[in-house]
Design a protein around this ligand. Structure first.
Ligand SMILES: [Zn+2]
Length: 300
């Protein structure tokens, strides 16, 4: 009850109008109609919600690219924001980008080879097919259920999932991730493509060889396919239990900037770049997220 009152109070405080010189990075996944086959409250944003977010954000922020928001020369009298997408959903090409382009908003997409080449990102495919799947996924991803010495971690995990979700379709009727030509067409319009690992494993749970492969092979794939040397890496899942010192060391070999999903504002002392993940938030929720980030740091 008290929490609800505090939340409601902070949802109305126009902190962003009073306090300037702040930077935020947002993370979306899929933008789609709730009626679409793959739409999931866990990672999807309805189209109308996305449009309302964009007009709200345009009012409160100067929306710039990742390289600009991390670079020098920003005006401390303004608030800045960058928009990113994880996993490379096809809806970013079909729906989100046309909306952003019409509003002259730049964006970055963190991609995985397995999604682009096989239209498979095990976690998303399974998540959207089962109502209480989040509980099952959390149980399967808990450290006790995973043997970290197991070199076949990914395959084993997939088997575990198949067992847990027996009878569910392993793929959707229609392709849900962008293929390489769709990504190339976005690149021509100055959308930037960066690294989100090969298979979207929990990087803190795999052995050193698999870890390096997850990071480097996707880096090489992006280089060969899209002709860019990725300098930005978004940690799959992105919470503190999904990375550790070894993971970060491996990422920093080839990448300069590493992104989490800790919902904070970006401070100049940050080693890791925090991002606020959004799905179907109302504008009041959105305001609350920004206010909360301005008032305190969280580490989810
Ligand atoms: Zn992801």
């Amino acid at each position: 009850m008290i929490k609800a009152i505090i939340k409601s109070f902070f949802s109305y405080l126009p902190l962003m109008a009073l306090s300037k010189g702040h930077r935020f990075v947002l993370c979306y996944h899929d933008i789609s109609e709730p009626s679409s086959e793959h739409h999931s409250p866990l990672y999807s944003t309805p189209i109308d919600t996305f449009k309302s977010h964009i007009s709200f954000l345009k009012k409160h922020f100067e929306i710039i690219s990742l390289n600009e928001i991390l670079g020098p020369g920003l005006d401390y009298k303004k608030n800045y924001l960058s928009i990113t997408f994880d996993d490379g959903f096809k809806s970013v090409h079909d729906i989100a980008w046309p909306i952003l382009k019409a509003n002259k908003i730049p964006t970055t997409i963190f991609v995985n080879k397995s999604a682009i080449e096989q239209d498979q990102l095990w976690v998303s495919n399974i998540v959207s097919n089962e109502k209480d799947s989040i509980k099952k996924i959390n149980a399967l991803l808990s450290p006790e259920s995973i043997n970290i010495e197991d070199t076949n971690y990914f395959l084993k995990l997939l088997d575990n999932f198949k067992e847990a979700f027996l009878g569910l379709p392993s793929a959707f009727k229609e392709r849900i991730y962008m293929n390489s030509s769709e990504i190339k067409s976005l690149q021509k319009e100055k959308v930037t493509i960066e690294n989100h690992s090969l298979n979207h494993c929990v990087l803190s749970q795999i052995n050193q060889d698999s870890l390096q492969k997850e990071i480097d092979d996707n880096h090489q794939y992006i280089k060969h396919t899209f002709n860019i040397s990725s300098k930005h890496f978004a940690i799959p899942f992105g919470k503190k239990e999904h990375y550790n010192e070894t993971v970060l060391k491996s990422i920093y070999k080839e990448h300069k900037h590493v992104y989490t999903t800790n919902p904070n504002k970006l401070d100049s002392s940050d080693q890791l770049i925090p991002r606020i993940v959004l799905t179907n938030e109302s504008l009041k929720d959105l305001q609350f997220y920004f206010n909360r980030a301005l008032l305190k740091r969280t580490h989810l």
